[in-house]
Design a protein around this ligand. Structure first.
Ligand code: GDP
Length: 516
């Protein structure tokens, strides 16, 4: 089962729970059974899955049996169960999760599950920072070295690549070719056969030339495993890396645990890159390696190109997996692209939201137009809450996805300035009814999209809403349907909620050092 199927299966288990008349022990057992079966089929380590099951069960049972929570509605009970599953999935991919808060290098507090590459390792400007790569041949080591070189080069570090793989014929040529494509200087030799000598000389030469990030690619295959590990230890001693990264192929399956432990003993790596998560890999095995070695995933590889490297954050990763989007990933991309008025405009918006301002339809429109310029849409869409599912009808087809997004832009084109600057509430009105308000579908969506949120506030049941004449006018003016306008607004609300959460005191702005 590929990773996106895992997300769908867990989501559908959540949906089944929302259909049962009461959230009781039996329905919770059923949910956990479905979630755990899906995890095992995705190759997540069986012991980890069993732990997750018993921990969620114990936590949820204690919560629901607590007399203080006796007046919870079924919707609230459901939300708590979903949140418990969500939090434990985050913990599965985040060895830091045991702590409620962690601190990044600058001492800023980072919410659990939101630590990113910069929290794991931050190269120091003006100093040499040596990064050594280890992993089996074919795992994507050389490709990932190039990707990381590009990542740091884009962030203004003077970066160089050293090829210490003398075992595989053509390894130096591959690195040379990759490095030339991204304009990163490289070091290697066709004649020297001692990888330790090459690494030491390469690092020394880059250091002499004041390089700031020096990445060493090592060999991944030997006749005997012991030889490989001995060589890794020798290179480690010769270059004294500031960070060692192990590269794991997402296709590794249940063998991940044993392999990652063996590498940990030999190389003592401090971070993991999981590659090939774009393909048909199950991914669960690689994810289990994190728990087995208490080592964080720093990046994931999502393609063969140098730019296909995504910073990994546990909470947004799980959120995206479950179709709830990945706003921080989206922000990372936008920051990188410096589009539409550039970074300044983006920072302005984030600052405004961080200070409690409205994330307006105009802001959403701007984000949409950025996204459309980012392409390929099928990759970006999953980062936007609800968008992955909405565009899944397009079947991963970029053209169809693009045309859906264009229609969303037409909707904003038909809005007045006042409407664009609003929070969208002017397009809906409550349906008057004598009966007490039922739990609407909209409420269920709002709850699931904030399942990871920390808010303990009780939610009032929301009245059912109808679209106003204003929404009908926008539909007419944009050549779309009222249903599409409604969908657009629903999406906008979900994104607004996520953006607010990430823009909060402990959220995304802080991580980017912008929150003040
Ligand atoms: P190495 O032997 O560990 O250095 O592995 P390589 O870097 O040569 O990669 C092996 C193969 O995996 C190559 O065909 C790469 O293009 C491919 N590859 C590496 N990373 C990714 C990734 O994230 N996604 C996909 N689809 N392919 C990848």
């Amino acid at each position: 089962m590929v990773l996106s199927d895992l997300g769908r299966r867990i989501n559908s288990a959540f949906q089944d729970l929302s259909k049962v008349p009461t959230v009781d022990a039996a329905s919770i057992d059923q949910l956990l059974k479905s979630v755990c079966n899906a995890l095992i089929e995705a190759d997540v380590n069986v012991k980890l899955v069993a732990n997750l099951r018993s921990q969620v069960k114990a936590q949820v049972t204690a919560l629901l049996n607590d007399k203080a929570n006796a007046n919870w509605t079924d919707a609230q009970r459901r939300q708590r169960v979903q949140k418990a599953v969500f939090d434990h999935l985050v913990a599965l991919v985040d060895p830091q999760h045991g702590q409620t808060k962690t601190e990044d290098d600058s001492g800023a507090v980072v919410a659990a599950g939101n630590a990113g590459p910069g929290d794991i390792f931050k190269p120091k400007k003006g100093k040499p920072n040596v990064i050594m790569f280890v992993g089996l041949q074919g795992s994507g080591k050389t490709t990932s070295c190039t990707k990381l070189a590009l990542y740091y080069q884009k962030r203004g570090f003077k970066t160089g690549l050293v090829c210490a793989d003398t075992f595989r014929a053509g390894a130096f040529d591959q690195l040379k070719q990759n490095a030339s494509k991204i304009n990163v200087p490289f070091y290697g030799s066709y004649t020297e056969t001692d990888p330790v000598a090459i690494s030491a000389a390469g690092v020394a030469s880059f250091k002499q030339n004041r390089f700031e990030v020096i990445i060493v690619d090592t060999s991944g295959r030997h006749k005997q495993e012991q030889e490989l590990f001995d060589e890794m230890r020798e290179i480690d001693a010769a270059v004294t890396p500031d960070l060692t990264i192990m590269v794991l192929d997402a296709n590794i399956g249940q063998a991940a645990e044993a392999q990652s432990r063996a590498f940990k003993e030999a190389a003592g790596y401090g971070a993991i890159i999981v590659t090939k998560l774009d393909g048909h890999a199950k991914g669960g095995g690689a994810i289990s390696a994190v728990a087995a070695t208490s080592t964080p995933i720093m990046f994931i590889g999502t393609g063969e190109h140098a730019a296909d490297l995504e910073p990994f954050r546990a909470q947004p990763f799980i959120s995206k997996l479950l179709g709830m989007g990945d706003i921080s990933g989206l922000m990372d991309k936008m920051e990188e692209m410096q589009m539409n008025g550039g970074q300044e405009r983006q920072q302005e918006m984030l600052k405004k939201i961080g200070e409690g301002g409205v994330f307006s339809i105009r802001d959403w429109r701007e984000q949409l137009s950025n996204i459309m310029g980012m392409g390929p849409l099928s990759k970006i869409a999953g980062m936007i809450p609800g968008m992955g599912q909405m565009l899944s009808g397009a079947g991963g087809d970029d053209e169809a996805a693009g045309s859906k997004m264009k229609r969303m832009m037409f909707i904003t084109d038909a809005m007045t300035a006042e409407e664009l600057d609003s929070d969208g509430r002017m397009f809906t009105a409550p349906i008057r009814s004598k009966k007490p308000p039922a739990e609407s579908k909209e409420l269920a969506i709002a709850e699931s999209s904030t399942a990871a949120g920390k808010s303990k506030k009780k939610k009032k049941p929301q009245p059912k809403m109808r679209m106003t004449a204003r929404a009908r006018r926008v539909a007419r003016g944009s050549g779309t349907s009222v249903r599409e306008v409604e969908e657009f607004l629903m999406q906008y609300r979900m994104v607004g909620g996520m953006v607010k959460r990430f823009g909060g005191k402990d959220g995304f702005l802080r991580q980017m050092g912008m929150g003040g």
